[in-house]
Design a protein around this ligand. Structure first.
Ligand code: HEC
Ligand code: CU
Length: 326
C-alpha cells in the first residue's frame, strides 16, 4: 500500500514547489488584507448611511450635497486606483521572479527521465547514452534528493498534463510537441501525481506515485530496475510465465528477458516492485492484481486492456509469477 503524503502544492518538497508556495502565500496575505479592508469600509459606509436616514422620507432622496464631498470622493477613488495598480504591479513582479526561479538555467548533469502520457497511464523511461542501460517502467517515478532532474514530456494520443503538486507546477503534454520541465527534490518522501488535463473517460484515474529518496536508495532502485526480469524460482512461477507468454498479454506488454516485447501497455518487467497498479488506482496486492487481470474494464471502464478468462490454477500461477518480478 502506498503511504503518500498529502497531495498539496503548499507542502513543497522541491525547490520549484517551494518558490510556488512562497508566491501563493504572498498573494494570499495581500489579497486577504485587501479583502478585510474593503469589508471594514463597506461596513462603516452602511452604518453611516443607516444613521443618516431621516424620518422624513422626502429628505432621503435629496443628496446631502456640497461639492466638497464630491471632490473628496474623487480624490479618494483616484488614490485607491493608483494603489491598486501599484499592488497588482508588485504581484506581477513577484510572479515574474518566481517564474524565473522555476525555469532556472538547465543543469547539463541532470538526470533525464522521459515521460509519455497514454490514455490512461504514464510511461516512464530513465535515459542513458547506452541503450541497454535504459530503464522503462510505468506510473512510478523515483528521483534522488538533491539532484536536478530533467523531465522530457510527450504524449502519443491526446493532451495530458503532468502534475506532482508537491514538486512543481503543471506542464502540458501536447501530442507532437515534446517539452521539458526541471526540478530538484529537497526532501525524501512519497507523493502523488495526477494528470491535470481532461484526457477522456478515465482522466481521474491517471495518477502516479512519485518517490523522492536518498541517492543511495535511488541508485539501488535504478540498478534493480536495469536488470531483466528474474528467472522463475518455483514450478508455479514457471507455469505462470508460460501462461503469460501463451496468452494475449504479449501483444501489449513487455517483460525484459522474455519474448514479450510489446509496448501498447505498461512494461511489466518489475511489476512486483511497484506500489500501485492501473496508474495509481489500485494498491498492488494479489487480490487487486487478480481482479485487474480478469476484468480490467470493470475496474477502469474504457481501458484498452481486455478481460481475460483463465482457470483458477492458471491465474494463481500467473499471480505467483508477476509478484516475483521484483
Ligand atoms: C490490448 C492490450 C492489452 C492486453 C492484451 C493486456 N494488457 Fe495489461 N494493460 C494494458 C494497458 C493499456 C494497461 C494500462 C491501463 C491503465 O492503467 O489505464 C495495462 C495494465 C496492466 C497491468 C498494470 C500495470 C501497471 O503498472 O499499472 C498489469 C499487471 C497488466 N496489464 C497485466 C496484463 C496481463 C497479465 C495480461 C494478459 C493476461 C494483459 N495485461 C493483457 C493493455 C493490455
Ligand atoms: Cu488526463
Amino acid at each position: 500500500m502506498s503511504a503518500a503524503e498529502f497531495q498539496s502544492a503548499l507542502n513543497p518538497a522541491a525547490s520549484e514547489s517551494a518558490h510556488i508556495a512562497h508566491l501563493w502565500w504572498i498573494f494570499f496575505w495581500v489579497t486577504l488584507v485587501i479583502f478585510a479592508l474593503v469589508a471594514v469600509f463597506l461596513f462603516i459606509a452602511i452604518l453611516r448611511n443607516l444613521r443618516r436616514v431621516p424620518d422624513d422620507p422626502e429628505r432621503a432622496i435629496i443628496p446631502e450635497p456640497a461639492q466638497a464631498t464630491e471632490s473628496r470622493a474623487t480624490k479618494v477613488v483616484s488614490a485607491l486606483v493608483v494603489i491598486t495598480v501599484l499592488i497588482l504591479f508588485a504581484l506581477l513582479i513577484g510572479d515574474f521572479f518566481t517564474g524565473n526561479a522555476i525555469y532556472a538555467t538547465p543543469d547539463p548533469k541532470a538526470l533525464a527521465i522521459k515521460v509519455t502520457g497514454h490514455q490512461w497511464w504514464w510511461e516512464v523511461q530513465y535515459q542513458d547514452p547506452q541503450p541497454s542501460e535504459i530503464v522503462t517502467t510505468a506510473n512510478e517515478i523515483h528521483v534522488p534528493v538533491g539532484k536536478a532532474v530533467k523531465l522530457e514530456l510527450q504524449s502519443t494520443d491526446v493532451i495530458h498534463s503532468f502534475w506532482v503538486p508537491n514538486i512543481n507546477g503543471k506542464k502540458d503534454l501536447v501530442p507532437g510537441h515534446p517539452t521539458t520541465t526541471w526540478f530538484t527534490a529537497r526532501r525524501a518522501g512519497e507523493f502523488r501525481g495526477q494528470c491535470a488535463e481532461y484526457c477522456g473517460e478515465q482522466h481521474a484515474h491517471m495518477r502516479m506515485v512519485f518517490v523522492a529518496e536518498p541517492p543511495d536508495a535511488f541508485s539501488n532502485w535504478l540498478s534493480a530496475q536495469k536488470k531483466p526480469a528474474p528467472e522463475p524460482s518455483s514450478d508455479s512461477q514457471r507455469r505462470g510465465r508460460e501462461v503469460f507468454l501463451a496468452s494475449q498479454c504479449v501483444m501489449c506488454h513487455t517483460i525484459q528477458g522474455t519474448k514479450a516485447r510489446a509496448t501498447l501497455g505498461p512494461d511489466l518487467t518489475h511489476i512486483g516492485a511497484r506500489k500501485m497498479i492501473a496508474a495509481g488506482e489500485l494498491p498492488n496486492t494479489r487480490g487487486y492484481l487478480a481482479g485487474w487481470i480478469l476484468n480490467a474494464p470493470a475496474l477502469k471502464p474504457g481501458v484498452r486492456m481486455p478481460p481475460n478468462q483463465m482457470s483458477a490454477d492458471d491465474l494463481n500461477a500467473l499471480l505467483d509469477y508477476l509478484e516475483s518480478l521484483k
